[in-house]
Design a protein around this ligand. Structure first.
Ligand code: MSP
Length: 509
């Protein structure tokens, strides 16, 4: 297994405050990063903000601010939210930082030296909300085909990148790296797009100034998407720190389906030209609607993640985002669905299992973890399920199938609940001759909880801490990592459990 792992989220525009869509990618990336750390990898997890471009400049103008003033204000909203959501990013990049301007200019010059940049004139359409160049034939009633908002006519001097040169190399690369663009439906979409032909793309603007100057021609600022994509290199030391670059590059990019073309066509061709390896993987997830409707400011149904956290807690929100919808497909957010998940999966299945287990150990053994002397057939069944679940989790994680990972973990939760019902510790407790049997049963329940606790840690860091504390923490378990859940019986005997408050209180609808 590769010991280094680099995962990124898109960098978010600062013209808008964070919503559930931003939270979604960031939580997914956090889960991957945490899981890889659990597996012993050296992880670098990056998120940040995209601060240049016409859209941000315009938004700043509308609120009578300088673009950097707007950025400084909004960036805090993102950073505060990531703290509240327990996001474990290793760096937070802002494209207005000096280190980034340096990287973008170097990247531009490198491509220029390859003969892939020329000066020309751009005359066509532009969508400011999407920061996209559009041709007349793509417009829908004069509007942007993606966001359906008005476009503007642009006629200005511009630098172009010879993307047309890379059509064949890109198709060959995609064909020989089947996992490069995921899910498969998205890869097919990109292949058909590239097959239609790649046109050279405009990579600079002259009609406004909020951006990074083109090296050698300060009349131009670098096109915001060119600028933004390079963030993935800046943060790992490009251009100066080659060692760090080689350690972490290439990255896994998690993105939403709307920005796939920039990541799966523009970015790889820029990288080919600059002589750098292509990303390891680009995974495009689906979009959230809210109560069946598109989320939009005008409909007033934008979900503020802060409010969801206030109401239900960060863990429950994280769980819901990744459990409710297969990563890659579109999904629908509703309070009803969220409450249902909390009450049934979290409060009922896991929360009750945890509290009834601890209370039995307290009641029957004074909180002591006793040694299991002998195993019976039913115990072997539970052990087999646990070890099987650990394998399934690893497999599904490799496919970014987070909902599947959680559903596997819940198989063990269900099996443990069933084990309790079938072994009936309360009956054993009444029978003095069943002393050893009760010791073994209680141990197996706790051991199963130890495995569940470790496996849920990437998804629900808060619940992990609480469960860990309940199981007696580091005194009873050497290490809470993946290696330790590959075998049964790692929970030490002789120690004690601790009483904790309920993991997930029920929500009254
Ligand atoms: N700044 C660019 C990204 C540059 S990356 C080099 C950008 N920013 S964004 O703030 O507009 O959007 C960031 C992400 O939010 C995108 O991946 C987009 O898919 C995601 N989402 C926006 N609305 C969404 C939903 N309703 N549902 C799920 N994700 C959504 O694009």
């Amino acid at each position: 297994m590769d010991k280094n792992f680099y995962v990124t989220t898109p960098i978010y525009y600062v013209n808008d405050v964070p919503h559930i869509g931003h939270a979604y990618t960031t939580v997914a990336a956090d889960v991957l990063a945490r899981y890889k750390r659990l597996a012993g990898c050296e992880v670098f997890f990056l998120t940040g903000t995209d601060e240049h471009g016409k859209k941000v400049e315009k938004a700043a103008g509308e609120s009578n601010e300088k673009p950097i003033g707007l950025a400084d204000r909004v960036v805090r909203r993102f950073q505060d939210l990531w703290k509240r959501l327990s996001i474990s990013n290793d760096d937070f990049i802002r494209t207005s930082e000096e280190r980034h301007a340096k990287a973008v200019q170097k990247f531009f010059l490198t491509i220029q030296e390859r003969g892939d940049i020329y000066l020309g004139e751009y005359e066509d359409w532009y969508c400011v909300p999407c920061e996209t160049f559009l041709t007349e034939k793509h417009l829908v009633d004069g509007k942007c085909p993606d966001c359906l908002r008005p476009t503007e006519k642009v006629k200005e001097e511009s630098y172009f990148f010879r993307m047309s040169r890379y059509q064949r190399p890109l198709l060959d690369y995609i064909a020989s790296h089947p996992d490069f663009i995921q899910p498969e439906s998205r890869r097919n979409e990109i292949v058909s797009f590239v097959k239609e032909g790649l046109r050279d793309v405009s990579i600079s603007r002259t009609s406004f100034s909020w951006g990074i100057p083109v090296p050698g021609n300060e009349k131009h600022v670098v096109y915001v998407w060119f600028d933004a994509l390079v963030n993935y290199l800046t943060a790992i030391g490009y251009p100066d720190d080659r060692e760090r670059l080689n350690t972490f590059w290439p990255a896994v990019h998690l993105i939403g389906k709307d920005i796939l073309r920039f990541h799966a066509v523009y970015w790889p061709t820029f990288l080919m030209s600059a002589g750098l390896p292509l990303p390891e993987k680009i995974f495009a997830h689906g979009w959230w609607t809210v109560d069946g409707e598109k989320m939009s400011k005008s409909l007033g149904n934008v979900i503020d993640p802060n409010q969801v956290i206030d109401q239900y807690g960060a863990d429950a929100f994280r769980y819901f985002l990744l459990r409710e919808v297969p990563f890659g497909l579109d999904g629908d957010f509703s309070h009803k669905a969220l409450i249902h998940r909390i009450n049934s999966d979290l409060a009922n299945d896991l929360g009750n299992l945890f509290s009834r287990s601890l209370s039995m150990v307290n009641r029957y053994r004074g909180g002591k973890i006793c040694k299991p002397e002998r195993l019976s057939g039913i115990d072997e069944g539970l052990i087999a399920t646990a070890l099987q679940v650990v394998k399934e989790v690893d497999h599904s994680m490799g496919e970014f199938a987070f909902h599947q990972v959680l559903s596997s973990i819940w198989k063990l939760v269900g099996a443990t609940n069933k084990y309790i019902d079938e072994t009936s510790p309360w009956t054993l407790a009444k029978d003095e001759s069943a002393r050893d049997r009760l010791d073994a049963v209680l141990y197996n329940i706790l051991e199963s909880l130890r495995i569940v606790c470790t496996l849920i840690s990437p998804f629900m860091p808060g619940a992990f801490e609480k469960m860990k504390e309940g199981l007696g923490g580091d005194e009873n378990v050497n290490s809470w990592n993946l290696e330790e859940v590959k075998s049964w019986g790692r929970l030490k005997t002789g120690g004690r459990i601790k009483t904790t408050s309920p993991l997930f209180p029920r929500i009254e609808d």
